[in-house]
Design a protein around this ligand. Sequence first.
Ligand code: CMC
Length: 447
Amino acid sequence: MSEDPSHSQDHSQDHSQDFVTLKDERSGKSTRLPVLYGSQGSPVLDIATLHAEFGYYTFDPGYGATGSCASAITFINGSEGVLMHRGYDISELAEQSDYLEVCYLLLNADLPNKTQKDEFFQTIRNHTMLHDQMQYFFRGFRRDAHPMAIMVAVVGALSAFYHDSLDIQDEEQRKLASIRMVAKMPTIAAQVYKYAIGQPFVSPRNDLGYVENFLNMTFSVPAEAYHADPAVVRALEQIFILHADHEQNASTSTVRLAGSSGANPFACIAAGISSLWGPAHGGANEAVLNMLEDMEETSRIPEFLARAKDKDDPFRLMGFGHRVYKNYDPRAAVLRKCLESVLISKGVEREPLFERARALEKAALEDAYFVERKLFPNVDFYSGILLRAMGFPTSMFTVLFALARTVGWVAQWREMVEDPSSRIGRPRQLYRGRTKRPFVPLEQRKS
Ligand code: CMC
């Protein structure tokens, strides 16, 4: 190979002759592995022939050095803090676009023109209602069930209601399933919330925008009129945009792996929601809020930092660190601004959790432990405080993340199904268990 494989190099030139020569010191055998270049980002080594040539599998728990697929949807440069969808920078999308336009972009590879945008919005509107029978499905749950538990089940159950969009070989059915999921997720999320608080479900209103309609279904009651605060609508629009997709993270990889077997799209998205639920992924903003509440006052920051640094203590600074970003998460910067504008609009002069978060961020970014490990605030650091300021209970935070991420999951699922080189995902392992031994009859086993 002639060049240094850096993140920022121009890959437009011909690299078809690039190989890495690998020599097995045990056998003395060597092979040339092709280097593959995307349009930007680190090149990857094609190891498809490695096992056939050498008898080795690769070992990469957590997949930190593994590219699991080729994708044209989202690009992240973690060291420079860059996130782009279809070539558009996330901050530009958050500032200048709206969520449905970003949905269109993720699903169709380009921003829509005016006619395409109107048609897309109209199509989404046509699918916002849930099958009437689904209300009975909700009623099977305890009222104190975690909203994510209900959401996983209800989204999985869509496959029992929409039989005309389950054939993944049919392009029209794939599109219909995609539209249905983007359109119905706000309705499901709002009904999950209403069910938990014992209020009647509110039907979707197609005269409202996507975000405004969701707020109306969530916070309005039949007894009085509800008008969403424009600052809250704009902030939620931005939250949805910022969460719409994020490359091959745990939940997206889960969706792709589930889908690689040919499972129906609703089942695949339900699998993604399950993966998102974990505190190391979508559940982190809830954990940030709990951490800031436990802190009680900024004077305890040194104590929290000391715990986060102590290897004998499982505590971690929630909302800090990221597998890919080794710089400020660009989404966290937008959310911090969003939070400031929502607090101003609501006339909140002092928000103790925000004060604690800002002081904690400052202290961590000046601390050698966090500096050396390149640990910066991630998307979850400010999103919990923001969602709470907007009136959402903590238990709904991951539900909102799932709502917004659905379009990314769907776009990634479709890209996989439409890629002729896709095969069922089937990783191998390094077996460390017992080797073959004879079966011992029960009466001969030691007590
Ligand atoms: N607090 C204290 N130490 C940390 C933290 C943290 N939040 N994050 C990483 N470290 C340390 C870790 O102990 C390790 O130190 P050492 O090298 O001395 O052993 C080093 O930094 C590298 O960490 P890692 O665990 O190897 O990193 P990872 O890529 O496996 O984990 C992470 C990434 C996001 C799970 C982790 O940073 C973390 O647990 N953060 C807190 C939870 C959180 O905020 N999650 C939201 C992630 S972003 C949203 C999403 O993806 O859904």
